[in-house]
Write a protein that binds this ligand. Structure first.
Ligand code: ADQ
Length: 813
């Protein structure tokens, strides 16, 4: 790895402590320190984070400790004023984000001042990074305390390679939206080139949140933010297994601890639990399940012991104090009621312990009991397995820890079900040796293989790949289409294939689908295009076959494609489905859901077509409609996952149809019967047109109508621009065979543009008249040039159109 690495996390692996009136350094234990230290040792780089204590006193001594950190450990402390540190860390991070991200919405506390502190702290971090950043550095931001940082850095360092890893779970799309300031957090993350999670499940929930909260659709591995791709990955964190292997094989202190433990616990089976004292770790639940186990049979009396190690954490927060009280009470109760003079059922150690002692405990324990109610990964599970090279020992693991996704050989538990948890622990104690060894050996090999170095390499490789792919997107951003060039290509082609969307592409959207009957100018345009012998024209719409037949049936030389590709009608032939049979039995299941959304959304309605169902929300309050559309898509996505149906968001609508019924597939069908066209032209404004753009080979004229992200090679401003381009096609061909008389052309031109101008929405708002005038003047320009008319005469006429809207009437006369 040649690039320098800047690791950024809330806490440095070193913490400042005031002891006996002096500032001292303490090394942190905790998931992140365990994970990052080995990577930084190997790769080199800076670690930027908070020192863990602000302080006004003894500044001189404090500064000198921090300077030492910078010089000897490459750890650079970010200074957070005390008030900001509290609001940021104890406030928004740990009382708002932490409970929501761990599915504990009832623990959520929110104070707008804490949010301000969170923003400010992220800003201070951003400044510290910008100061140390050198071109080509890789910036790796860790965890939920710094979710705004990627976008803040992106604003300051637009080209920087920025990766973000979330150590904790990402909540479900039911729970995430309750989070105050959820939009800002998602936007903050999208500043990164890579956003990685512990599991695929968390990644999927993030994608759902993007859709539901921001209305942004994504792919499994990527989301596009304007012209920039953001890569999405699931990269489960590992541990450094050699650290434990070395302690167990070479370290004297570990051997001493182990020998002492063996003596102390001879004749007893040892259950081990190691956690931060956090409500997400399920400590009370475990203690209650353990009490059930002990009560279930006298065989356990004096024969088992639970060693519960609990490191105090976040003690300034009430919930944690309450937890501490509850755990103390439960431990006291079990030991008091169930213990004997020779036996303490729970050995409770409420402090951090050395790695050597921890390794000795892992080696000793018959069962490691991980009972998290929710956990990003849980490194304890992996550390225990790493200490079981011989295959003895059993891991009992909560299915709600990220680790469960890759440690299937553990005995999985639902920690909320205390009775069954107790039975599983009983089973763990009784597991026969063969099975035990087999399970543990498989786990051990996997923990060794998927270690923290591999995790770090995968993250950094993925970050670099994501950065190198930025160019791919920039290249595919559509250019503004130059009509003269398109027209030139059209004119010189011998076999042309034109695929045109209808609503939003040839005509503006209307409030209701039935209102959008084509105006005569569109009909004559399509007729002229389709009549041209070198052309094959396909009108590809989301509309039902009846609408297309009624409106365009008379243009016999044109393909019609209905319901976004589900049905086709070749020129002069009849309708046929793209594939048959097309399933429709699903409609009765989906319809009630759409109807439920109609009830919830005034102004929305369901359109039933032959093969598809559409929920339209064009008339609904825009934000509410868009928000519900996201919710509907997420709901249907989950419901339809194992069917061939999909829910698609279009312009102010959600459509449910078979996944294969799309314009790309339909286009292939048409292309198959029209070999080797030398001019391929496709225009559309909607997401459904993207299927078409994606299919068309390089060199095709794919045109997106209107602004927005697209795969098309070109864009035009609106439907009017597209129509005037198509008019230049027809008029250019006509001009080559017949010359129009000046007078008839002028009349046609003026009446056409007057009508165009009046239909333009801007016409309704006098202040925007110049915009409409501009659009129409370009039409005039294009048409005028194409037909080689005397431009001066046209522009003189047009000048008077622009000078006063009211003179249109007289001009038409
Ligand atoms: P944590 O919530 O801190 O980490 P975890 O993964 O269990 O949770 O890591 C705890 C670490 O602290 C382990 O390395 C363990 O050995 C150590 N530890 C625990 N108790 C200790 C004690 N009493 N004395 C000494 N050391 C102790 C967050 C997420 C997790 C995720 C990690 C890493 O919440 O889900 O696994 O980051 O990504």
């Amino acid at each position: 790895m040649s690039n320098r690495l800047i690791v950024v996390s809330n806490r440095l692996p070193l913490t400042l402590r005031k002891a006996d009136g002096h500032w001292t350094t303490e090394r942190s234990s905790g998931g992140l320190a365990s994970a990052m230290n080995p990577i930084l040792r190997r790769n080199g780089g800076d670690w930027i984070g908070w020192a863990g204590a602000s302080g006004e006193e003894d500044q001189e001594e404090r500064r000198s400790v921090l300077e030492d950190w910078a010089q000897k450990e490459q750890c650079f402390a970010v200074e957070l004023p005390e008030e900001i540190a509290t609001g940021f860390y104890e406030g928004y991070s740990n009382q708002t984000l932490w409970p929501v991200f761990h599915n504990f919405p009832s623990q959520l506390k929110f104070d707008a001042k804490d949010w301000q502190a969170y923003v400010e702290a992220n800003r201070i971090f951003s400044k510290a990074i910008v100061e140390r950043y050198k071109p080509d550095d890789l910036v790796w931001v860790h965890d939920y305390q710094l979710m705004l940082l990627p976008q803040m850095l992106r604003d300051e360092l637009p080209d920087a390679a920025i990766g973000f890893f979330l150590h904790i779970p990402f909540p479900s799309s039911e729970i995430f939206p309750i989070l105050p300031r959820r939009e800002e957090l998602l936007q903050g993350l999208l500043g990164a080139d890579l956003v990685a999670f512990q599991t695929h499940g968390h990644l999927q929930q993030f994608r759902s949140a993007l859709l539901r909260v921001l209305g942004i659709e994504s792919k499994v591995t990527e989301v596009a933010v304007d012209a920039r791709p953001v890569r999405l990955e699931a990269l489960p964190i590992g541990i450094a297994p050699d650290e434990y292997a070395d302690l167990l094989s070479k370290d004297e202190a570990t051997a001493r601890y182990h020998a002492e433990l063996i003596t102390r616990y001879t004749g007893r089976r040892v259950l081990l639990a190691v956690d931060r004292l956090d409500y997400t770790k399920g400590i009370p639940e475990r203690l209650r399940a353990y009490a059930l186990l002990l009560r279930s049979s006298s065989d356990f009396r004096e024969k088992v012991v639970l060693i519960q190690i609990a490191v105090p954490t976040r003690e300034g927060i009430d919930t944690y104090q309450d937890l501490r009280t509850e755990v103390n009470r439960l431990v006291g109760e079990i030991n008091g009621k169930l213990g004997t003079p020779n036996w303490t059922p729970v050995v409770y150690i409420n402090r951090s312990i050395e790695r050597a002692e921890l390794a000795a405990l892992y080696k000793l324990a018959d069962v490691c009991w991980v009972g998290s109610l929710r956990d990003g990964m849980n490194l304890v599970a992996k550390e225990y397995v790493a200490c079981k090279a011989e295959g003895d020992g059993v891991l009992v693991l909560s299915e709600f820890a990220g680790a469960a996704a890759e440690m299937g050989e553990a005995l999985l538990i639902n920690p909320f079900d205390e009775e069954r948890t107790a039975s599983t622990v009983e089973r763990a104690l009784a597991l026969d040796e063969d099975e035990r060894r087999q399970r543990m050996k498989t786990l051990h090999a996997r923990v060794l293989r998927n270690n923290v170095f591999r995790w770090g390499d995968r993250f950094l490789t993925s970050l670099q790949e994501a950065v190198s792919e930025r160019g791919r997107y920039v290249d595919t951003q559509p250019q503004r289409l130059r009509p003269a060039e398109a027209q030139q290509a059209y004119m010189s082609a011998q076999r042309r294939l034109l695929a045109l969307d209808y609503d939003g592409t040839l005509v503006p959207f209307t409030d209701h689908p039935h209102q959008a009957a084509p105006p005569p100018s569109v009909l004559s345009l399509l007729t002229a295009l389709a009549r041209e012998s070198k052309n094959c024209v396909a009108l590809m719409s989301g509309r039902p076959a009846e609408d297309l037949d009624r409106w365009f049936g008379a243009i016999g030389s044109m393909w019609l494609v209905a319901e976004h590709g589900a049905e086709l009608k070749p020129p002069g032939s009849s309708w046929e489905p793209l594939r048959s049979p097309v399933p429709t039995d699903w409609k009765s299941t989906v319809m009630p859901i759409l109807e439920h959304f109609v009830d919830r959304t005034p102004g929305s309605f369901v359109e039933e077509k032959k093969y598809t169902l559409v929920w339209h929300h064009r008339l609904a309050e825009p934000e509410f409609g868009a928000w519900l559309a996201n919710e509907l898509v997420s709901m249907l996505e989950a419901m339809l996952a194992d069917t061939e149906l999909r829910a698609f968001r279009g312009q102010k609508m959600v459509e449910v149809r078979p996944v294969w019924a799309n314009k790309g597939e339909a286009f292939e069908r048409i292309l198959a019967g029209y070999s080797q066209p030398d001019f391929l032209f496709a225009a559309g404004d909607d997401r459904t047109d993207e299927d078409l753009f994606e299919r068309l080979r390089d060199g095709a004229w794919t045109v997106h109508v209107g602004p927005g992200a697209t795969r098309a090679a070109f864009m035009v401003r609106d439907f009017e621009s597209l129509r005037s381009l198509l008019e230049t096609f027809t008029q250019a061909s006509q001009a080559s065979v017949e010359r129009l008389s000046t007078t008839s052309f002028k009349r046609q031109l003026i009446s056409q543009n007057a009508a165009t101008l009046q239909r333009h929405p801007a016409w309704q708002r006098p202040g925007r008249l110049s915009m409409a005038a501009h659009t129409t003047s370009r039409t005039v320009t294009a048409v005028g040039r194409t037909a080689a008319f005397e431009w001066r005469r046209i522009s003189a006429a047009w000048a008077s159109v622009r000078s006063s809207g009211t003179c249109l009437k007289s001009l038409r006369e």
